[in-house]
Design a binder for this molecule. Structure first.
Ligand code: ADP
Ligand code: MG
Length: 485
């Protein structure tokens, strides 16, 4: 039986606010340091004292343009700032200084990958604006405290087109955007601290229809899991209403992860009357060709560019490229390892496996990892040349070397007695002894029971305490067994 959900097309658009990591606020010199004592980063500008003027922080536009270039947006050359009037209890000016008709970035795309394949999610715009302060409603007290430290902190708002068809696509888009702002170093991407927040607009329409249904806005979600769950819940809720013959009202709702339910906050006014008008105290800002070139030159290698390189030059599988491009630092480190070794797949396995586990266990970033890319490549070389086995390298040498990275790997391997026996003269001796010891098995082997090679290998390993090079041993054993058979 088909589920009621299958009868509907889901339409989702995201509005993502990312707090820019500039040192000072967007229209004043106040510090943006997170966690300062309440109301300490507030000058007369933030407090909107009469006669104070906004003072635009150029870095904010640099960062927004960076993001736009990374998304292939068109950059607006003449930027006008507007007052968005509203009663903001935690923004003393009584209006938010934002961009209305001239968002700094127009259009563009963000590439996502889901089970359904690749998709270029269309962006509507990216604009800059200021954040509001924080109202703190303490326990049951009737008073509300206001902390204005955050008031005036720079934000970019990234608005997608209603182009997403599932909670999975919405979550993936959010993750890609978070990855991008981190690569570009324009926002720390920390969802828990609210540095990047997401509102999701959700609607449904019958499969045969092309007319969007009324949208419900889910406010301020601060984890990927919450975005997914809230959207899934909202789709079910809307399908339930429509199936029961009801109508969806366009409204703003908040999802409570604790109850798994959402509650309505306010119905969307038909016409939001914000009385936008140009800020008379800020002149238009013109983005010149030189300015654009300067920023273009500062762009780092982006995840997609790394991915293409890793696939085309290093022949890595899709899965590996996803893990290795997850952060700019890891991608760079991995690429540096590949400058020192040709065994790219081994390099990938080392970075994705032992290296990442070490970073997680010690809660450090790759920049603080004790082994250089060159050293990691040496380790790979030691294995490839047959001097040590992968298991002793990953289980013993790796952790020992991390503790004393200045000592040569070979020296540590020798001390730990990890060097494999690959001297074929002495190995041949051992192989001969083992073969001589089991004449019956040799006969069976030569009658066709080739699986017995494993048993012989085991015996050689036992005799050499695991230090025999498996490849050479295997060859020597085959030669020997056939010659006596
Ligand atoms: P508003 O004027 O209500 O803020 P916008 O047109 O500016 O609406 O769109 C806000 C966000 O809602 C955008 O991300 C857009 O993609 C999304 N959106 C617009 N219409 C719909 C819809 N019918 N269903 C889902 N999302 C929508
Ligand atoms: Mg809007």
């Amino acid at each position: 039986m088909s589920q009621p959900r299958d009868k509907y097309t889901v339409v989702i658009g995201l509005e993502i606010h990312a707090q820019l990591s500039t040192k000072s606020k967007i229209y004043s010199r106040d510090s943006t340091t997170f966690g300062s004592a309440p109301n300490t980063n507030v000058s007369v500008v933030t407090l909107a004292h009469p006669g104070t003027l906004p003072y635009l922080n150029k870095k904010v536009l640099d960062y927004a343009i960076k993001m736009g270039l990374a998304c292939n947006s068109e950059i607006t050359r003449k930027n006008i700032f507007c007052r968005k009037n509203y009663f903001y209890p935690d923004l003393p000016k009584g209006y938010q200084l934002t961009q209305d008709k001239t968002p700094i970035c127009i259009g563009g795309t963000v590439l996502i990958r889901t089970k359904k394949g690749e998709k270029y999610v269309k962006l509507n715009r990216i604009h800059v604006e200021e954040d509001a302060g924080k109202s703190i409603h303490q326990n049951e007290e009737t008073d509300t405290l206001v902390d204005l430290n955050r008031a005036g902190v720079a934000l970019i708002e990234i608005v997608t087109e209603p182009d997403l068809g599932s909670a999975a696509e919405a979550a993936q888009t959010m993750m890609e955007i978070r990855k991008l702002v981190r690569y570009l170093d324009v926002c720390d991407g920390n969802m828990e601290e609210g540095s990047i927040r997401c509102d999701a607009n959700v609607s449904i329409m019958p499969k045969c229809s092309t007319v969007f249904g009324p949208k419900v806005e889910l406010k301020n979600m601060n984890s990927i899991k919450q975005i997914k769950n809230a959207i899934e819940h909202e789709i079910d809720r809307q399908v339930g209403i429509v199936e029961a013959g009801g109508e969806i009202i366009s409204e703003t709702r908040t999802y409570d992860p604790a109850t798994g339910d959402s509650i309505g906050m306010r119905e969307k006014e038909e016409l939001n009357d914000y009385r936008y008008f140009p800020e008379p105290d800020l002149s238009p800002v013109y983005v010149t060709d030189e300015w654009l070139d300067e920023i273009r030159n500062e762009l780092p290698v982006l995840p997609e560019q790394w991915r293409t390189k890793f696939i085309e030059e290093y022949g890595l599988p899709e899965y590996d490229t996803g893990v290795l491009t997850d952060s700019r630092e890891i991608a760079k480190f991995f690429n540096a390892v590949c400058q020192e070794t040709q065994n790219y797949k081994a390099a990938s396995n080392w970075v994705m496996g032992p290296v990442k586990s070490y970073l997680n266990d010690h809660k450090i970033g790759i920049d603080d990892f004790p082994l250089t890319p060159k050293k990691l490549a040496e380790l790979i070389e030691l294995i490839d040349s047959g001097k040590i086995s992968y298991s002793s390298a990953s289980q013993q040498l790796f952790s020992a070397w991390i503790k004393t990275p200045k000592i040569a790997a070979l020296e540590i391997a020798e001390k730990l007695n990890l060097i494999q026996e690959s001297d074929s003269d002495s190995l041949e001796e051992v192989v001969r002894e083992v073969v001589d010891k089991f004449p019956d098995k040799v006969k069976e082997y030569n009658k066709g029971k080739k699986g017995l090679i494993g048993m012989f290998m085991g015996e050689v390993m036992k005799a050499t305490k695991g230090k025999a090079d498996p490849k050479i041993t295997n060859q020597l054993l085959r030669d020997k067994l056939e010659s006596v058979g």
